[in-house]
Design a protein around this ligand. Structure first.
Ligand code: UD1
Length: 416
């Protein structure tokens, strides 16, 4: 069951709801470790990365119950400070646990994290930030051991606004003595969501969404009931799917401001977009113009997690587009696969020059990482003939059966 057979050429029509955000949920689940009570989280999405994070929480000593789509996580008896290697190696967000475990148990042990193979993905900013909070760190054979008898708030400047480092340092500081300020922090909506979640448990964080976050340490955090934000990358994937294949879709349960960089590009390319409260209507009736330039940047710039899906749209658009991937060194691995499908793309290092062709054709291609997998699914949906997409388990890390979502809108995708 690791292949999609996609019969291309179908337009997309209908409406579709967006699930809650993977990246927000993952940070919030790590944040559960800070709670000395019971955490209730609503509308838990069915993504493999979230299942893995829940497995880790159980090993740490949380009791996890799921009723319908709600999660009840009893965090009162957390006692284990070692994140199991075999799970940590599979998800990037395992590293976010360092901060909250240290805050709660004064010690933490975790191996270098896994996740998508899209570049070097160092964790130096995480470790440097934690050291500034009076954490002692030793590393041996890829295992990171940290101890902090007395976490102390401090001023920290990040060389780069890393999402993970910002989240890790925020969570380590919540139970520290004194005040921490993180300068040049990430401004992603998921950071604001994490702040809101922690504050609802009794934390004192302000400034998330700006480039300075202030965390005043508190003694203890309690129980909370919370609903994380919608997944802006999945919303963008649906919009790009319809923009590429043609048709008319209503994407529901979205916070449109979170993907306004994409909406602006789609409008500039000639696509009709109407925003109604928490829904976005997209009409794609003619061949779109190219985006001209896509340059991925930290939020509110164009998201790297929508670069592969946007690049697919460029392959069939009218004109030429320059794609510059600034965040991750090797995040253009979907391009050779697209070239097999007839795309006209030149690549050098982190830059791709895409000249739109009239059509792609189906062939055998392989998912290289999560978002590239979503992008190649869209490529198969627009291509003439049949596409076989292998290695699709990678897509399940961040989409709940992407084929069902697109099939509901009229695509023809079978999992084999
Ligand atoms: C998170 C998201 C991922 C998204 C990325 C950027 C999760 C689980 N994943 O990943 O989907 O693509 O944000 O929006 O939330 N860096 C360093 N040193 C560090 C940390 C990062 O140099 O210690 C660099 C990275 O190599 C990369 C850049 O900073 O070039 C951005 O990475 P970062 O924002 O940390 O991404 P993640 O938190 O890993």
């Amino acid at each position: 069951m690791d292949k999609f057979i996609i019969n291309g050429g179908k337009r997309l029509n209908g409406s579709i709801s967006v699930p809650k955000a993977k990246n927000s949920y993952l940070a919030i689940l790590a944040g559960c470790v800070l709670s000395s009570g019971v955490v209730t989280l609503h509308f838990c999405p069915n993504f493999v990365d979230i299942h893995k994070m829940l497995e880790i929480l159980e090993v740490l000593g949380c009791k996890v119950e799921k009723k319908d789509n709600d999660l009840f996580i009893d965090c009162r008896f957390i006692h284990n400070y070692t994140v199991p290697n075999e799970i940590a190696k599979q998800i990037r967000s395992s590293i976010f646990l360092l901060g909250p475990i240290l805050a709660r148990l004064k010690k933490a042990v975790v191996c270098y994290p896994g996740g998508c193979d899209i570049g070097a993905r160092p964790i130096d900013l995480h470790l440097k930030g934690l050291k500034s909070l009076n954490v002692e760190i030793s590393e041996r054979f890829g295992i990171i051991e940290c101890s902090a008898e007395n976490l102390k708030g401090n001023d920290i400047h990040l060389d780069y606004p890393s999402v993970g480092a910002t989240e890790n340092i925020m969570m380590a500081s919540v139970l520290a003595n004194g005040t921490t300020r993180i300068f040049n922090c990430a401004k992603e909506p998921e950071i604001v969501d994490l702040q809101n979640f922690i504050n609802k448990m009794g934390g004192k964080i302000s400034g998330a969404g700006t480039d300075t976050i202030t965390i005043e340490g508190v003694e203890k955090l309690g129980s909370v009931e919370y609903t994380p934000m919608p997944d802006r990358i999945i919303a963008g994937t649906y919009l790009l799917g319809c923009a590429t294949c043609g048709g008319e879709i209503l994407v529901k349960n979205v916070e449109y401001e979170h993907i306004y960089s994409l909406i602006t590009k789609l409008r500039d390319a000639g696509l009709e977009i109407e925003i109604k409260d928490d829904s976005i209507l997209l009409v794609s009736n003619k061949r779109p113009n190219s985006f001209n330039k896509i340059e991925t940047l930290p939020y509110p710039g164009f998201p790297t997690d929508l670069q592969p899906q946007s690049l697919v749209l460029q392959t069939i658009s009218n004109g030429v587009c320059l794609v510059v991937e600034n965040l991750f060194e090797t995040r253009l691995k979907h391009v050779p696969e697209l070239i097999k499908m007839g795309a006209n793309v030149l690549v050098k290092d982190r830059i791709a020059l895409v000249s739109g062709v009239k059509e792609l054709y189906g062939t055998e291609v392989c998912c290289t990482d999560l978002r590239a997998g979503a992008a190649l699914t869209i490529a198969g949906m627009v291509a003439k003939g049949q596409t076989t997409l292998s290695n699709i388990h990678i897509i399940d890390r961040g989409y709940d059966h992407i084929e069902n979502a697109f099939n509901e809108l009229g695509a023809d995708i079978k999992r084999e």
